[in-house]
Design a protein around this ligand. Structure first.
Ligand code: ZN
Length: 194
């Protein structure tokens, strides 16, 4: 049975893109703040369609442009929240708002990254997040959510600032994560998931 149609406040994700090889942690583009998106044109639409195709090919719930080697502050996602409802979206130049004070609760769930495939480890993050930015046509967009969606919005926004979730881990957990990846790295050859 297909899932219920995803919640898509600004319309469906662009399709027809080309699956591109995943850029990995350690590539310079992933570890610096990304250039702001300033042109909302066909080139952006093509980039985003490729990101969507690559995200689905890799079985991911979110993907940032730097993960296909492009230095632009934009990410796409198709991710369930706590209730299982999927939201899809495109966010250019994202900025994050997280709960503060008594509303701030941490979710200690596991996290993974398509740019270090096959490895998952606990990473504490606020259990709710709101992201604001611009959509494919330069329109203002806003997405909020809990559960995996809260984690995804934070993880992908981090990418646009050159942060990978390994940067948020202790040395010990980072080593454990790397070991997990190394064990299965043969399953993710250079061109993966293309
Ligand atoms: Zn990632």
């Amino acid at each position: 049975m297909p899932d219920a149609p995803p919640h898509a406040p600004h319309g469906p994700l662009p399709d027809g893109g080309t699956v591109r090889p995943m850029t990995r942690w350690g590539s310079a583009v992933m570890h610096r703040p990304q250039q702001l998106v300033t042109s909302f044109d066909d080139e952006l639409r093509t980039l985003v369609a490729d990101m969507v195709a690559t995200m689905y090919a890799a079985d991911g719930v979110g993907l940032a442009a730097c993960q296909i080697g492009v230095d632009q502050a934009v990410f796409v996602f198709d991710c369930p929240d706590e209730s299982g409802e999927h939201t899809v979206g495109v966010v250019c130049n994202p900025s994050l708002t997280l709960p503060e004070g008594p509303d701030r609760r941490l979710d200690e769930g596991d996290e993974g990254c398509l740019s270090l495939p096959g490895a998952f480890i606990e990473c504490a993050r606020p259990d709710f997040a709101t992201v604001r930015g611009l959509g494919l046509d330069g329109e203002e967009v806003e997405f909020s959510g809990d559960g995996l969606l809260a984690r995804c919005l934070q993880h992908e926004t981090d990418h646009t600032f050159g942060t990978v979730f390994g940067d948020r881990l202790s040395t010990k957990l980072r080593k454990k994560l790397q070991k997990q990846h190394d064990k299965v790295s043969d399953e993710f050859p250079d061109g993966w998931p293309a």
